[in-house]
Design a protein. Structure first.
Length: 570
């Protein structure tokens, strides 16, 4: 097929055959909707010619005509509902040609080498994946630099995982994107494009039926959703096979572009995914929970994976790659883009304000230990003492102020497990109340009004203007989808252990000169004389699980710290 660069390859033929099968489902549904009308036409024609005359035939003609009208109106309404349903659009950060001219040039050169249409745009997602996304539906618009609506996109947009840009080298990124860009060829095939639009419309109609936008449309929306669900079940296998054939054809087409380098680049994909996952769950999540968002997550990926290469012998050769040109050099302002993606990650994975930057405060990596780690520990230490007060636990003997000794004596006084379970349950309830209060305080204010800072969080200064503008341009002021939690809420003894660790760290900081730190792979960590102490969890678990305080007393003794030392709380 001219212009697609695939011709009659096996993958292309298989993809088109499956696309035709998907469209056949649409044609069958249309034919079924026309059956009552066809019956009515036959009966009417028989009456005109006199072959089907009589009172019985007149009644049949009236019933058939009425049924035909009802079915046709219902079918037309359902078809319109399905066609109007906007398919889900992945929240991304759009990169204009001005923001990333070299990246756009790389993508266009790939398209020329592959002999396929170039993607209509480039966008970044806070994830380790890349794909082509069709945004041709009228509801999908590219916003201008100041949030103005643009024209509808007709060609697919290339969505790139942002960690790839910071960790991969330029040649590696080109090799990874080659099979993705190659998919633009078959995306331009009329049958495949029509099949994809049909499936996306069905999927959107099912989603709208589950969450109808307007209550007055509920009956029609539910009907459209049921019909769409039935059609999806009918064509699901053919649609999946079509996409597999498209992927196979694109991979085959891209073999001539950096094929040898692609094997090495795929190793970097897996490594980037591992580092990104650790960075989000171990480093970003503690900050998000207290109302802060690390503003350079992608730069943090480089630090995390560099640390991994230092620790893991399997990654010894990866650091030599750092002498090559990183793919983020293809951006005009990498820092601004990183901030926009970092804020998008916070909102996607943890929720956040109704408008970009109105609640949360950004935090730089060099301020993370003092503004996130220390604040997190002292907040949790304060919470466990508030819970002890609620339970009526007396203060431990010693100097005035909250002490670790109070916690240790309570957990070791009763039979193993009893005190831990009671305190864990009370902590879980307290956490739920705190999170509810935080959500209430973070509720949208009146237009033009300021929004309060979240519970247990510092005052939120204005967010970075660059990231705000990029996100405002992306959504045009609309809300992002509900968050996708990275981890289930903490509860039970895990939550209790976290709070005891926080209390121990605060004691070590105030009484022994220790300091909060950041480990790129493990998150908040305690530094003693500049060295990370990774041996704290075992004695804490002995206290929480078994009620045995001796290992923790020995650990504290190694630092010259007495558990009776008072602790400063937030």
């Amino acid at each position: 097929m001219s212009g697609t660069g695939f011709g009659d390859s096996t993958g292309a033929r298989g993809a088109r055959a499956k696309a035709v099968a998907v469209l056949r489902t649409r044609s069958t549904a249309t034919a079924v909707a026309l059956v009552p009308a066809a019956v009515a036409v036959v009966l009417l024609a028989g009456g005109v010619t006199g072959r089907l005359s009589g009172a019985g035939w007149d009644t049949a003609r009236g019933i058939a005509a009425a049924c035909a009208v009802v079915v046709l109106l219902a079918a037309a309404s359902v078809a319109a509902t399905i066609s109007r349903a906007a398919p889900a659009l992945t929240p991304t950060v759009d990169l204009s040609v001005r923001a990333a001219p070299d990246l756009h040039r790389l993508v266009e050169d790939l398209a020329v080498r592959l002999d396929v249409p170039a993607p209509s745009g480039v966008a970044l997602t806070p994830d380790c994946d890349s794909w082509l996304e069709d945004r041709s539906h009228p509801a999908h618009r590219i916003s201008g630099a100041r949030g103005r609506r643009g024209r509808a996109i007709e060609a697919p947009v290339l969505v790139i995982g942002s960690p790839f840009l910071w960790w991969m080298r330029v040649a590696e990124l080109r090799a990874v994107l080659a099979p993705v860009v190659a998919g633009a060829g078959l995306a331009a095939d009329p049958d495949i494009a029509a099949a994809r639009r049909f499936v996306r419309g069905l999927d959107a109609a099912v989603a709208d039926a589950a969450h109808p936008p307007r209550s007055v449309r509920l009956p029609l929306t539910v009907l459209a959703g049921r019909i769409a669900r039935l059609l999806l079940r009918t064509c699901r296998t053919d649609a999946a096979e079509m996409e597999r054939w498209v992927a196979a054809a694109a991979s085959e087409r891209a073999q001539g572009v950096d094929y040898g380098l692609r094997i090495v680049a795929q190793e970097q994909v897996g490594l980037a995914y591992a580092g990104w996952d650790r960075l989000l769950t171990r480093v970003a999540l503690p900050a998000w929970r207290m109302g802060r968002w690390p503003s350079q997550l992608d730069a943090g990926v480089v630090s995390a994976l560099t640390e991994l290469s230092r620790r893991d012998r399997l990654a010894d050769g990866f650091t030599s790659r750092l002498n090559e040109r990183p793919a983020c050099d293809l951006l005009e302002e990498p820092g601004t883009v990183d901030e926009a993606v970092s804020l998008l990650a916070a909102r996607l994975f943890h929720g956040g304000p109704a408008a970009p930057g109105r609640h949360w405060a950004p935090v730089e990596w060099d301020r993370y230990p003092a503004e996130v780690v220390d604040h997190k520990w002292r907040t949790e230490a304060a919470r466990i003492h508030r819970v002890l007060d609620e339970l009526g636990v007396p203060a431990a003997s010693g100097p005035g102020g909250p002490t670790l000794a109070r916690v240790m004596e309570h957990l070791s006084r009763q039979p193993a497990g009893e005190a831990s379970d009671g305190l864990a349950a009370a902590l879980t309830a307290r956490m739920a109340r705190d999170e509810t209060a935080a959500a209430d305080r973070a509720a949208p204010a009146e237009p033009g009004g300021d929004l309060p800072a979240p519970v247990d969080g510092p005052p939120a200064p204005a967010a970075r203007e660059g990231a705000d503008e990029m996100l405002a341009a992306l959504w045009g002021g609309d809300l992002v989808p509900p968050p996708l939690p990275l981890q289930p809420p903490r509860a039970g003894r895990d939550l209790l252990a976290d709070h005891v660790v926080a209390m121990v760290c605060c004691t070590a900081i105030d009484a022994a000169g220790a300091a909060p730190g950041l480990d790129w792979l493990d998150g908040p960590t305690l530094l003693v004389d500049g060295e990370r102490r990774s041996d704290l969890l075992a004695p804490v678990l002995s206290l929480v699980e078994e009620g045995d305080a001796k290992p923790l007393r020995v650990w504290l003794g190694s630092l010259g710290v007495r558990p009776e030392s008072p602790v400063r709380l937030v």
